[in-house]
Ligand binder design. Structure first.
Ligand code: NDP
Ligand SMILES: O=C1OC[C@@H](O)[C@H](O)[C@H]1O
Length: 411
């Protein structure tokens, strides 16, 4: 009963959040594009943040921007993306543009001294990521904050999940993200190569991040990558599905299933699984010719958006066996379930509400960083964003596909 009430309260607060008065010095965000994602990723989360005001928007078509501004109560409409960036009333830019435009507009925003919340994947490829995240502008004192918007990272639930793993001793890890096919038409930006589309770029990038975090290291090589495409004549350079595997430095294998065309009736919640290497358990009661071994499996379900509901299961498969012939004499399984809607359920010192979604957790840290506050300590570093794109590029290379094209815009 308590969990049903908790669920209902979280969903209510998520949709009708308390809206505190805005404080002096609130970060004024400008949106580039009247994008589908901005209301979810920024506009709604900003309502409950006393230090964020979504102040301006521009779209390629000013009428579209006006309608969007009216719908979302955004006070200023600019005629162009550049006008948003140049507006002295704007402190930070949210870039919810197609992937292929991220590099160009992030660089333009940084050059204007604006902080940037940049949608994932950060750029079109690793070369662009290195060029952006290693840019001289970011090495200056008081450099603007640049954050790739990897929202699930910032939640207590994901951090709890990671804390349950022993990365050097992982044998395998897997991440699945299946997106219902009805969400995106065949003409969506996700299927345009020149806009850096593709399933590996889109939902696959989360899967890559999850694997990298689970192993706590960078993959050595991509060992398999199998793309599936839309039927011709649709763009054959953009994967609609990518199934791929990487080998990590400890010999463990990480696999992903990134799918933009999942049938609705076959939907499956996003999940990830880490299986540890077999470990010998000290057991004084066993005779010398026997041993006790355990394999630990940690599964996270719906850690992509844990506010709704999520579950972390820790299963230990125990076996008592003969050392000589490995014959199992006895085996049993234990399973424990965990969750963390707030830091209190995991690490009591940090702040936040159980009804915050991933985007709200991320916004909190973006503002903390701008304000020079310690925050939760969770962050997506620049190097992390570069490694992300390296992993994605390696997937495309293994699949025999072209990496996504670089922007024509130079440094
Ligand atoms: N964090 C998350 O959960 C999610 C992140 N994303 C990411 O956000 C970004 C945008 O995705 P999404 O909001 O779904 O996409 P949309 O198509 O809804 O929005 C993209 C925006 O880009 C602008 N745009 C500028 N140039 C072009 C062009 N040549 N072709 C098409 N659009 C153009 C359009 O702006 P205008 O209004 O000016 O016409 C449009 O509003 C992507 O990088 C995606 O990966 C997407 C969904 C979820
Ligand atoms: O969160 C997401 O899920 C659906 C995807 O297509 C989207 O781009 C991604 O960010």
């Amino acid at each position: 009963m308590a969990s049903i009430i908790g669920f209902a309260a979280r969903i209510w607060n998520l949709n009708y959040p308390p809206q505190p008065a805005k404080k002096d010095g609130a970060v004024r965000i400008g949106l580039l594009g009247a994008s589908g994602i901005a209301p979810v990723a920024v506009i709604q989360p900003a309502k409950s943040h006393a230090e964020v005001i979504v102040t301006a928007v521009a779209a390629r078509d000013v009428k579209k921007a006006e309608a969007y501004a009216k719908k979302h109560s955004i006070p200023i409409v600019h005629k162009s993306y550049q006008d948003v960036i140049d507006d002295p009333a704007i402190d930070a830019i949210y870039i919810g543009l197609p992937n292929g435009l991220h590099y160009e507009w992030a660089l333009k925003s940084l050059k204007a001294g604006k902080h940037v919340l940049l949608e994932k994947p950060s750029t079109s490829n690793a070369a662009e990521a290195a060029s952006l995240f290693h840019h001289e502008l970011l090495k200056q004192p008081n450099a603007p904050v640049l954050l790739e918007a990897f929202h699930p990272l910032f939640t207590p639930a994901w951090q709890l999940y990671l804390s349950l793993l022993d990365p050097p001793n992982l044998a395998s890890a897997h991440a699945t993200l299946l997106v219902p096919s009805i969400l995106f038409g065949n003409d969506d930006i996700r299927y345009v190569y020149d806009l850096a589309g593709g399933a590996l770029m889109d939902c696959g990038t989360y899967c890559c991040l999850f694997l990298r975090q689970m192993f706590g290291s960078e993959p050595v090589e991509c060992i398999e990558a199998t793309p599936t495409f839309l039927p011709e004549p649709w763009d054959q350079k953009c994967d609609q599905v990518m199934e791929a595997k990487w080998r990590f430095p400890n010999g463990g294998i990480g696999s992903i299933d990134a799918n933009l065309s999942n049938p609705v009736l076959k939907s499956k919640l996003p999940w990830c699984q880490a299986i540890h290497k077999e470990k010998v358990v000290q057991d004084e009661e066993l005779s010398e010719e026997k041993e006790h071994v355990v394999v630990k499996r940690v599964v996270g379900t719906l850690l992509m958006q844990p506010v709704v509901w999520h579950r972390i299961s820790i299963t230990e498969q125990h076996t008592i066996r003969n050392i000589a012939d490995k014959k199992a004499l006895k085996s049993w399984t234990t399973t424990e379930y965990m969750k963390a809607y707030k830091w209190e359920e995991f690490n009591g010192k940090k702040k936040g509400e159980d009804w915050w979604n991933t985007y709200r957790w991320m916004l909190e840290e973006f503002v903390n960083k701008i304000k020079g506050r310690e925050g939760s300590g969770v962050w997506m570093s620049h190097q992390n964003s570069i490694h992300q794109m390296e992993m994605i590029d390696s997937g495309y290379a293994k699949a025999g596909m072209a990496i996504r094209p670089s922007s024509h815009v130079l440094q």
